[in-house]
Ligand binder design. Structure first.
Ligand SMILES: O=C(O)[C@@H](O)[C@@H](O)[C@H](O)[C@H](O)CO
Length: 325
């Protein structure tokens, strides 16, 4: 297992910081699409390499809103998706983390009711409390959907892109819905429990059809992370390192060392199953030295979390796991 770094603000300063933190692999993260052409994606790869990193994971991936809800331009978007997978294959980028959540607002799929929940020391983090969710907070003009409509849409999508991902040797890593609750704002969210992930893996039973073991989201489901990692084994193609405290309908996010889960046991379990993929830190609190609003991707919080993760990995895998030149 290798740590990969992520920078929501994609710039050379953050790339240099990630390298200085002793991380060699990078996750290109955007919820608004990815570089469309081979040339644009190649330019991203070159900038990442120029700063001593490998571009190893694309997260968010191509725009998917027409596909998720079977809208008019679904087939066009699938063709664009296929081309992006081919571009990734050409450039040796082997992991694509994607979501199948309906976008409940123009910008957001991840729904929270507060981003000023005070974690230790008053650090701001996010909270989801069902009782606080007000329909007027989440404005969208989509028609209500059902689970089976979403399963039909997912099957239509996977049957067209999995063969291409096999040809290009790109691993697909479906990210859970966040929060994994359904319906949410009248829209069905199917990637919300272990059984539905088993169904995902069976729709097109291909070794490239896998998942992102987002520890936070599976904890939001109320799952035992150790059992869940053992359950999915070699279908885990990417991992997110974060924790929460609470129940599926009333939780807040925490520092990775301050949640409800035994993170050392979790890292030991990745080793036990022989997981050889990437893991990135996810959603971190906004710290006292940072300005602006919480978005979960502050680089100071990420630096702390990467240090904690590397320490856990060194204790489980030995010194080599955390070394970087
Ligand atoms: O658990 C989460 O919500 C995060 O990991 C998201 O920011 C995630 O990165 C996006 O859904 C994209 O995968």
């Amino acid at each position: 297992m290798q740590v990969a770094g992520v920078a929501k603000q994609f710039n050379e300063t953050n790339l240099k910081l990630i390298k200085q933190l002793g991380v060699d692999d990078f996750v290109y993260y955007s919820m608004q699409g990815m570089p469309d052409t081979l040339e644009e994606l190649s330019a991203v790869k070159e900038l990442v390499q120029k700063n001593g990193l490998r571009l190893s994971v694309i997260e968010g991936g191509p725009v998917i809103d027409q596909i998720v809800l079977a809208k008019d331009r679904r087939n066009q978007q699938i063709e664009e998706y296929i081309q992006s997978i081919r571009n990734m294959g050409r450039l040796g980028i082997r992991v694509l983390c994607y979501n199948f959540m309906p976008q409940v607002t123009s910008a957001a799929m991840v729904v929270r009711t507060s981003t000023v929940f005070e974690e230790r020391g008053g650090a701001y983090t996010s909270q989801y409390r069902e009782a606080d969710l007000r329909d007027e907070d989440i404005v969208h003009d989509e028609q209500p959907t059902t689970d089976e409509e979403m399963w039909d849409n997912l099957e239509y999508f996977l049957k067209r892109i999995v063969p291409v991902a096999e040809q290009e040797e790109v691993l697909l890593a479906m990210h859970p819905d966040d929060p994994p609750l359904s319906p949410l704002c009248n829209l069905s969210r199917i990637m919300r429990n272990v059984a539905n992930f088993d169904r995902l893996l069976s729709i097109v039973d291909s070794p490239v059809n896998g998942l992102t073991l987002c520890q936070g989201c599976f904890a939001e489901m109320g799952c035992d992370l150790v059992e869940t990692i053992r359950h999915f084994k070699d279908r885990i193609h990417f991992a997110h390192f974060r924790d929460i405290f609470g129940t599926p309908t009333d939780f807040h996010e925490t520092f990775p060392d301050n949640g409800a889960n035994d993170m050392l046991k979790v890292i030991k379990t990745y080793r036990e199953i022989g997981y050889g993929g990437f893991i990135r830190v996810d959603h971190v609190p906004l710290l006292a030295t940072e300005s602006g609003d919480y978005d979960g991707y502050g680089m100071i919080g990420h630096s702390f979390a990467i240090g904690y993760l590397k320490g856990l990995m060194e204790s489980v895998y030995g010194k080599s796991a955390s070394q970087s030149r």
